[in-house]
Design a protein around this ligand. Sequence first.
Ligand code: NAD
Length: 448
Amino acid sequence: MMRLAVIGTGYVGLVSGACFAEKGHTVVCVDVDPAKVAMVNCCKPPIYEDGLQELLDRNVPARLSATTDLREAILTSDVSLIAVGTPFDGEEIDLSYIVGASQQIGRALAAHEGWHTVIVKSTVVPGTTEDVVLPILERESGRRAGHDFGVGMNPEFLKEGEAIADFMSPDRIVIGGIDERSIRVQRELYQVFPEVAMLETTPRTAEMIKYTANSLLATLISFSNEIGNLSAAIGVDVAEAMRGVHLDKRLTPFSGNGDRVKPGLLTYLAAGCGFGGSCFPKDVKALVAHGRRAGASMDLLQSVIEVNRRQPGKMIDLLRRTRSDLNGARISVLGVAFKPGTDDVRESPSLSVIQSLIDMGALVTVYDPVAQHEAERLFGSSIAYAATLAEAVSNADAILVMTAWPEFRQLPLLIERQVRTPFVIDGRRILDKFSVPAYAGIGLPFAG
Ligand code: NAD
């Protein structure tokens, strides 16, 4: 078992740290935010993720702790994982957190007495580990990568909302290393996942695998949305059209006994009000910028971004077909999180829709089972907040379903029980289109 320091205690850092601790490694999570650190040490998850509370309960403090003291964490560990944020700054990937963490790690490495391997887990554009992180580590430590310490790149593929399950049962583990020893250390780290396919490669290829995977999934979503918008315009329900497409065995293969296997890919081949989150939007933009700098045109991925930028606006378009003047209209927005199972609202399509509604003078009420506090933080008293789904539904002229929370499937039942009949606009196509009296959805011809 290894001693591990995880730098950055966010969605990826904390989940990785808690899961590695659960598997038996000794983990110290580092963050610059003392509030997060204090919460972890008190067994309180600073983020919402199913199963995280139980992992903290079982592993803090015996195998999992948190600190703001990065130097001490490095000096007492064999491996460090860099899991800090890598936002998009409007022009290109913002590596400032990566640079800051690398400088601190490098300074600590100068005093490290044993062998230490630094592994980049954050999503970084190809070349970053070898061309940015490694030189900083060497400069700050006065030591040589490959001779005095190891350097690796291990992208993370977990999905928010299912992060613990994904980390504990990953589809694959990708490990890139600058040399055989850097690969071997990561192999040892992941020995606790013996069943999982492991791909060993260079840091640059590991970085590229992550961007390629995210860009493909984002492309499927924007493709589905473009087809959905066309379908609605020409009198076709995209959900039915996609059902026919999904029957292709290359998309939904049969298992040996003739049953369809889990149609994971099809989640991404479905029209909706657009993708959000902390990864797809920024990662596709960063790859486009990086690709252009390398001389590639990146036209397809640029269009993926553009289709997605416009997609939340389709919800407003649909709403305005039910009522052209939204001034004074009572609109309930269901869902603020960018997807179900998380309280993360970064780049959530819901945010731009709420802002447009406020700008048009609508009286907005928001309900989200776990991300409500984020809406309160962002919109304050300019909108109202419902404590329950039932409260959000009562009194609304129209209801916009922005997040596919399972709870929202109760809408037909709640609407049936009340006298008012709100117009339901389904941005995630989670409801049967005949289950409520007045229904409109993305990718569905508008019936009025
Ligand atoms: P996050 O913003 O939730 O967490 C990053 C944390 O790093 C913050 O708590 C911040 O305070 C801390 N930090 C910044 N600089 C630091 C420093 N010098 N020392 C210690 N802590 C520092 O970010 P996240 O969502 O966990 O993403 C982290 C990386 O993982 C990103 O590159 C992201 O693209 C990638 N990723 C994210 C997901 C996801 O679903 N969120 C999935 C796969 C990969």
